[in-house]
Design a protein around this ligand. Sequence first.
Ligand SMILES: [Zn+2]
Length: 432
Amino acid sequence: MIKRLEKRSTAGNADTSNGSNKHCFIGPVDGNQNPARRFKPAHPLISAGTLGVANRGRLIQALYDMGASSRVELARVTGANRATIGGIVQPLINQGILVEGDVVPANRTGGKPATKVWFSRQAKPICAVLLMPERVRACLVSLEGEIYAQHDADLTTDLKDASDGFQIVSTCVEEAIAFAHLPVLGIGLAVAGGLNAAKGSILAMDLAPCLHGFPIEAELTKRFGVPVCIDPNTRALLVGDRWFGQGRGQRNFAAVYVGESLGAAIYVDGHLYRGAAGEAGQIGHTIVQLNGRICRCGRRGCWETIASLQWLRNEAQARGLPQPGSLDAGRLVSLAKSGTEGAKELLQAYAFNISVGLANLQQLAAPNCITLHGDVVRGGKWMLELIEENFRELIFNPADKQITLAPGDSEDVASLRGAAGLILAELLDVII
Ligand SMILES: [Zn+2]
């Protein structure tokens, strides 16, 4: 259940780009009717409402791209006219989301002085939650992207049922929220697992099977009485990268997570691409080996069967490397550097297998940049260089020479900021 922050009616500030002009501050909204919502129906024509949310989205992104900006600068960057920008900015100031700050002096040609706007430090924070297979992390995120009041809990203990798991998650959230001096705006939840997007429930989470099918969005809403938004971790990573990291200013890029599972989120022509029913990004289950190994999805030869941490650990065991059950890219690189037999070959194979999926993604979507998250980042510079070398050999489009492969911010930072960004987008009714 999402409640949007609606703009307050402001004399002389009609939002010409948005059909709605409600007086209510917060009102219940059926998620499926919200054009910025995750499962919006396809729009054959752009409606006035869609233009409104698109312009708000551009404005929020422009602020994160440029920092504090005047209305004139925002109009120039977003392509919207100044009246439209005024109609978007004023309600956000009234809501306490934005605040006016430094004054830009009048220019020599007689232009008026302009005031810069930026996110208010006094605004309510957002609670961001990252639910990983073995742990949960909750924190507060300011609208400027500052992360604080982090609380972690272990999900590896023997959980009897979903209520056990939920108790751990909600205690973690409670501890983070208790730190806030103001009520939080909402809770953004990034989940490293399969989701039923329409129901806001977890479909499947490896290593935390008691949470399978658990309607976590509805339960958190009930428990904390604030809007909750749940999304796959890869989408949170992408939004974190787009607003605060390597994806800043990009119009076409992708975020890829390599770890216990493999997934991607794609940003196409300035928007997060969710696909029909929110199913886009399951790149781990694209088939790269005909008649390959059985994947946990039941099919054969998925990318996950040759590039996940599980594959790495199975291979390490088969090759006789030490402590294969806890191996990751960081330790593999150390073993290779110290000359452990078989380590360098396994590192090369791991890097090659990862680059296969990245090259497929590049051929299909042609992003300008792919940010890499998860285990691959632990492998550091050497691992990234090996991946890039293979990747460039596997792609054949000359235009793709412009492509950048970049390590993302450490995964939790990008995920937590992105989870906060996703709920903020829902609350402000903007299209990311
Ligand atoms: Zn699969």
